[in-house]
Design a protein around this ligand. Structure first.
Ligand code: SF4
Ligand code: SF4
Length: 97
């Protein structure tokens, strides 16, 4: 993607084109990465509901893998995950440099 020069950006950097967030792979900002432990997942979908970046995929009504292109590593999914018998199905690990 070609970056705009300062003469081309809108005043105040206001975004006028709807839906352009798809162009920005926000996962590149991440310092911590969520990891899904399927064996502890009860398919409650709370992680999908709480994720602010729609970075958790759902397929056929069931939770699927993370979309790491758009996961910022905020950790909300890991915080909210109830897991099975109190063992969380999402853990946060430090991103590899
Ligand atoms: S860490 Fe944050 S952005 Fe990434 S999947 Fe979890 S809730 Fe979504
Ligand atoms: S919140 Fe945890 S238990 Fe619920 S679907 Fe997501 S990973 Fe599975």
């Amino acid at each position: 993607m070609k970056l705009k020069g300062w003469k081309e950006v809108t005043p105040g950097a206001v975004i006028l084109e709807a839906g352009n967030a798809i162009e920005f792979k926000t996962g590149s900002w991440r310092a911590f990465k969520p990891v899904w432990k399927k064996e502890h997942c009860i398919q409650c979908l709370l992680c999908w509901l709480y994720c602010p970046d729609m970075a958790i995929k759902v397929k056929d009504g069931r939770r699927a893998e993370f979309d790491y292109d758009f996961c910022k590593g905020c950790g909300i999914c890991a915080l909210e995950c109830p897991g099975k018998k109190g063992i969380k199905a999402i853990i946060m690990v430090e991103e590899e440099k």
